[in-house]
Ligand binder design. Structure first.
Ligand code: SAH
Ligand code: SF4
Length: 438
């Protein structure tokens, strides 16, 4: 979602004469778009701000140039003026729901008075009403935010506080943006939301639509070939969405469905509002409707009160589901969340050991999943050139990265049948099935 927001910020600033510069040192404006989900992400913000002071600001004292430094995103939302207090060389602090005001905030910066501007409001008119996508520089794959915020209040999570209440973008604005993207050559759209499958809005004939129905509608756009969505919550996997995985061929056979823990006791303390058996049933149903679907997930390791028995339950669940790939993180205590006051903390060494065990198992499953692809022929969207000569990088329907060689000059954006010849931990290698389909 931060990638999506960063692109929108670029689109907003372009009409004001700003272009993207790879070299931070010479930039007129430096925007750090930040994440607050774990402590490590916050630490990174402050260390990057320190680097900007040491490498850029101190040097600029000699040259007289003054880059405008902006902190955007969820750290900005959560920390507010604390950022200016700790890093007085920052000029603007702007939250994820108010960055549509960036041009105005920038125009107010006065290098002589050194005044500061903070905007971390949750506006009544959603930011999407002020955003317009710039269709000029698109790759073949794009993100499209359809939902933001969350009302579920898991006890470990900052999202409801930083991104705000659950909000679904109206159907017309989503369809308009999707069409613009496709007109600009986009072949794959990944629908985004903190709980993307909680999306619901008034559809055609004033009917209430959910994500499954939206996907059906998007699939009607002829040139759009691949549809994905992330991240989903198990409670919001309704039958229409599950049916879409059977009926809509453009919807990719990949589902990212976080569960966080394999223990009912921990799920309860996390306020996840569902049990392990309910999670397993959802996955079974999805697999009933689409047997080849690849399942991914998220796990939090070492939540307060997690015993060895709970940890074993997480390993058991991973074995039972058999993930194609999944993310796992050590629990990170976040200020303002209910779990801050849960005192039964897991020892750091134990957390590290448990995380290692979970990641070893997930890596093994990913390797097995990738190996199963060998000799199969997959429809691959070509995303970019690889590092080697004649090498291209694409993505398989199951969300695997795949490399292949071709003498053709520009295959980016094409959809090509690739036969998988080799499998690695995080990628596949393949050959073009037939030149006929280029
Ligand atoms: N809405 C999604 C998840 C969004 S947050 C869901 O409910 O499943 C993305 C992921 O970050 C979460 O799935 C979780 O695994 C991780 N995460 C969130 N807060 C965390 C914390 N305090 N410590 C460690 N990981 C966390
Ligand atoms: Fe955070 Fe997801 Fe829970 Fe919402 S449902 S509070 S985004 S983990």
């Amino acid at each position: 979602m931060n990638f999506y927001d960063s692109e929108r910020m670029m689109d907003l600033l372009k009409p004001h004469g700003y272009i993207l510069d790879d070299n931070q040192d010479d930039a007129d404006i430096i925007v750090l778009n930040t994440c607050h989900i774990r402590e490590k992400a916050v630490d990174k913000t402050y260390s990057e701000l320190g680097r900007i002071r040491d490498k850029i600001k101190l040097r600029q004292q000699k040259t007289g140039k003054k880059s405008i430094v902006i902190v955007a995103g969820c750290v900005a939302q959560a920390e507010g003026k604390e950022i200016i207090k700790r890093s007085p060389w920052v000029d603007i602090v702007v939250g994820p729901q108010s960055y549509q005001n960036l041009p105005e905030l920038i125009s107010k910066v006065d290098p002589i008075n050194n005044n500061k501007h903070i905007n971390i409001e949750f506006p009544i008119i959603p930011k999407f009403d002020h955003l317009d996508i710039d269709i000029n520089e698109r790759s073949s794959s794009a993100f499209l935010t359809i939902q933001e915020g969350c009302d579920k209040f898991c006890t470990f999570c900052v999202v409801p506080y930083t991104r705000g209440a659950e909000y679904s973008r109206p159907l017309t604005s989503i369809l308009e943006e999707a069409k613009k993207l496709v007109d600009a050559g986009v072949k794959e759209i990944t629908l985004l939301g903190q709980n993307v499958n909680a999306w619901s809005a008034t559809g055609k004939e004033k009917k209430n639509w959910g994500l499954g129905r939206l996907i059906q509608e998007l699939a009607k756009i002829k040139e759009l070939q691949f549809i994905r969505y992330t991240t989903s919550h198990p409670l919001d996997m309704d039958i229409e969405l599950i049916e879409a995985h059977r009926d809509v061929s453009k919807l990719m056979p990949y589902l990212h469905l976080p569960v966080q823990s394999g223990s009912d006791k921990i799920l309860k303390m996390m306020n996840r509002k569902h049990s392990i058996i309910e999670y397993i049933k959802v996955i079974e149903k999805v697999r009933d409707y689409n047997p080849q679907i690849a399942i991914s997930g998220d796990f939090i390791i070492g939540f307060p009160g997690e015993t060895d028995k709970d940890h074993q339950a997480t390993l058991d669940l991973i074995r039972e589901i058999n993930y194609s790939q999944a993310y796992s993180f050590k629990y990170s205590s976040r200020p303002g969340t209910p779990a801050v006051v849960f005192f039964d903390h897991v020892d750091e060494n134990i957390k590290r050991k448990r995380l290692q065990e979970v990641q070893d198992l997930l890596r093994l499953q990913q390797m097995q999943f990738n190996k199963k692809s060998i000799n199969s022929t997959l429809k691959v969207l070509v995303l970019k050139k690889g590092k080697k000569i004649n090498q291209y990088l694409g993505r398989t329907p199951f969300n695997q990265s795949i490399y292949f060689n071709s003498n053709y000059n520009n295959l980016i954006g094409s959809t090509i049948d690739i036969t998988v010849t080799d499998a690695f931990q995080n990628s596949l290698a393949g050959i073009i099935n037939s030149d006929k389909n280029i």
